[in-house]
Design a protein around this ligand. Structure first.
Ligand code: PGA
Length: 254
């Protein structure tokens, strides 16, 4: 078994001002100072990123954005480039979250551009994929995952594939309290790993694949015990420093 480092990422979505982000860090950092096995990532709104970068220097917390534009610069009102993030010392970005696909017209084509641009700028992509409830019920889960994974990774250089983090987030489990069973999560993630193997055999064992969708302190350990689940992308439960610290502890123990 390859020893893939557990990856615990909190996705704050549109929550917390810069000041609230600092308060969160002060509460979190003493709670997670003991171990250093899991990677700890906080994916925050653009306006809180520099507060988090400054407040987390020297700690184990890595700061991530929740989106990024693929162009270097230009007439894209409201958007932020990879260079703008890396100059802030932001080191990762969520790309292709289902909320962005659903509400903001994020496409597979745009994601195909975004991943290599992020990697070139030293931004680790946390690349999200996942099927809707209707797609799962229609037996289309594998087709959807194949389409999303193949498109999103299509322009990533083979040597960079192991540094992409993939998050499997079934849309029906996000924010619903309806967590996928460990079997469903393991099965989908093993399938995604087989898709990566189809692109570049050597990368599949190294690439980290997370589960996301109603992960909480009381279900994390079981999910993380599965052979292919390398971490979690956590929405609601990442907003509370005590809950997030408990999730980091589950990652440290995995
Ligand atoms: P949730 O969100 O943990 O609140 O279900 C997960 C996500 O959208 O990343």
């Amino acid at each position: 078994m390859p020893d893939r480092r557990p990856y615990i990422a909190g996705n704050w979505k549109m929550h917390k001002t810069g000041a609230e982000a600092e308060d969160f860090l002060w509460a979190l950092l003493p709670r997670i100072s003991g171990e250093d096995r899991a990677e700890v990532v906080v994916c925050a709104p653009f306006t809180a990123l520099s507060n988090l970068v400054d407040g987390s220097r020297g700690s184990r917390v890595k700061v991530a954005a929740q989106n990024m534009h693929q162009a270097e610069q230009g007439a894209f009102t409201g958007e932020v480039s990879a260079a703008m993030l890396s100059h802030l010392d932001v080191r990762a970005a969520v790309l292709g979250h289902s909320e962005r696909r659903q509400y903001f017209n994020e496409t597979d084509e745009a994601l195909a551009e975004k991943l290599p641009v992020a990697l070139t700028a030293g931004i680790e992509p946390i690349f999200c994929v996942g099927e809707s409830e209707a797609e799962r019920e229609a037996g289309q889960m594998e087709d959807v995952l194949r389409r999303q994974v193949t498109a999103g990774l299509s322009k990533v250089a083979a040597a960079d594939l192991p540094t992409v983090v993939i998050a499997y987030e079934p849309i029906w489990a996000i924010g619903t309290g309806k967590v996928a069973t460990t079997e469903q999560a393991q099965e989908a993630i093993a399938f995604i790993r087989s898709l990566v193997a189809g692109i570049e055999a050597g990368a599949a064992e190294a690439v980290r694949i997370l589960y996301g969708g109603s992960v909480k302190p009381d279900n994390a350990a079981e999910l993380l015990s599965q052979p292919d689940i390398d971490g979690a992308l956590i929405g609601g439960a990442s907003l509370d420093p005590a809950d997030f610290a408990a999730l980091v502890a589950a990652g440290d123990a995995a």
